[in-house]
Structure formats: structure tokens, C-alpha cells
Ligand binder design. Sequence first.
Ligand code: AQP
Length: 332
Amino acid sequence: MKLMLSGIKPTGRMTLGNYLGAIKEWVKIQNDYHLYIFIANLHAITLPIDREELIKNSKEMLALLLACGIDHQKVTIFLQSDVPMHAELGYIISTESYIGELSRMHQYKDYINSKKIQNIPTGIFIYPTLMAADIFLYDADYVPVGADQKQHVELARDIAIRVNNRYGKEIFKVSAPYIPKYSARIMSLSNPDKKMSKSDEMGEKGCIYLTDDLKLSSKKIMQAVTDLGSEIKYDIENKPGISNLMAIYSALTGLSINEIENKFNGQLYGTFKKELASVLVNELTPIQEKFQTLLKDDKFLKEVLSNGALKAQKKAKEKLDEVKTLLGLNLF
Ligand code: AQP
């Protein structure tokens, strides 16, 4: 079985975008791959985050992953900081990468250009080297590629090829991008030109959080921005609002866009939104119930994390030892 690695940053509450773009897909493929899923708290601290919030987000994320159907018996779920090899290999990779290539990363350039933060943490700059280490430690065959992280995954591939050539040995696996079959890129409900993001401070109205009261989520759907005209038709360029809602409907029901267009032919936006809200409530109700139960069970959550960390550490240590020996960092 091939190994797939995925992470999720505990930078906020989990969104419908995270769920439909990643987690629902992970649940579907968990029988077909050795799946490693980590809560990327080392990546989360690249921007300032309150410690209590980080702890709360990380715990809720774990409980939600399980509530959404990730099976901890099949999937290795762990907290990134519980596996110190990530930080150690991350440092080594930073010595194998170039300032020029890291400076070209969109995410880094966006921070430089946005002028949102005056002092940009070095962690933003070396984010891709830590991400490369995440991937290399487990010899991941596949890494799911969302549009945002595509460039970072490509850089990891470049670094792997370069290091392998330098040492004349296939030390790092050149992982292939995994393009999910069913997942969608979900946009903000209030601004469909922008991705639905958990850390979007202005995003409250446009963002559905998995743990939100379902009445509030339905209201957000009903108030979602739609476009001129009334036809339920998928047209990203001219009708981004309704197209986004159709993508959500498709990801929730498994119906194709074509089938959705036929189903709602001649109907009004309001009717479609009502139906979408109802589908959403049906999907999220059992998840929220399970989440609430799991959240009270610290003993179980702790056990899941420590089992996951043990499994991950074992694999990660093997790779790190191999690298350290190759570089002359192990004496005996
Ligand atoms: N809007 C989205 N539509 C589809 N997929 C999405 N993902 C995130 N937002 C959407 C996918 O969720 C997985 C975990 O994401 P992440 O937490 O590691 O980072 P992210 O993509 O940066 O997610 P956010 O919510 O936008 O976080 P912040 O606000 O902290 O930057 C990934 O597979 C991602 O593609």
C-alpha cells in the first residue's frame, strides 16, 4: 500500500472548506493508503497565536477528525510537535535549500507584499523546508496538493532530487502530487473570490465552521452572496457565488454539477439554498454529536495522540538516522 501524508494547521476552527477539500476525502481513502495525518502545530506557530487558542484548536481538530470518520486504528494521527524529528530534519533541509528559491515562494511573497505584519517571522520564510521535512520523514508516496501548497510541494520535490543527486543515493522519496477526485476548493460565502479560510479574521460571515450552531450555518447559506440572474448554473467567471454553492452541494451529495443543474432547472436561488442548508445540516448533525462526546473524553484523545506519535516517531527516526549518517552527523 502506498503512503500518503497530510497535515492540517490548528490556526482556527475547522471550516467547511477543510472538511470538503480534505477531510472528507481522507475518510474515503483511508482504506486504500497508509495514511499519516498530523496536526501541524509547528506550522501554526509561524504566525503569532495565543497558547490557549492553539491548545483548544489542536484538541478540537483531533476530536473533529475522529468525529468526521477518520479511523485511528487505520490512520496514524499525531501532533507534529510530538515528533521532534520534524524540527530536526527541517533544520537540515534548511541547509540544503537556497535563499533564492525560498524567496520565490508565493506564500512568503504575499506576506512581504501585504504589509500586514511589520516583522515577518523567519518561520514564514522556512515554512517550505519544514514542510519538505514533513514529507521526507515518512517517504510519502503522495502528498495531496491544494492550490495554495502546490508550489511548496514542488519545491520539496526539487530539494529531494537535488539532495539525492548530491549524495548519489535515493535518500528522499520524490513524492507525487495527489489530486483528489472529489474534493472542491470552497470559497468564502461573502466573497466568492476568496478561499474560505479558518484564520480569516474578516471571514465570520463567509465561513462555515464545522462546530457552528447549525441554525447559524443555515443562515449563512441563506445569506450567501449570489449573482445577477436567477439561473442555477455553474459559471465560475460570471456567477462565482452560485457556482461556489453548487460546488459545496456537489461535494456534500456526490452529485455532479450537471446533475445539480438538471435537478434545479427552472428553480430559484432561494429554493436551492434551502435544499443546500438542509443537506448540510444532515451531514453535520451526526459529526457534531460525535464531536461533543469525544471532546469530553480526554483519556481517549490522549491515547490516540500518544499511539500516533509512537508510530510516527519510529518511522521518522529511521529516516532521520539515515540522513544523519549520510551527512556525517552520527559518529558511531
Ligand atoms: N476553502 C478550502 N477549500 C478546499 N480545501 C481547503 N483546505 C483549506 N481550505 C480549503 C484544505 O484543507 C487542508 C488543511 O488545510 P490547512 O489547515 O493545512 O491549511 P490551509 O489550506 O491554509 O487552510 P486554511 O483554512 O486556509 O488555514 P489558514 O487560514 O491558517 O491559512 C488542506 O488540504 C487544504 O488544501
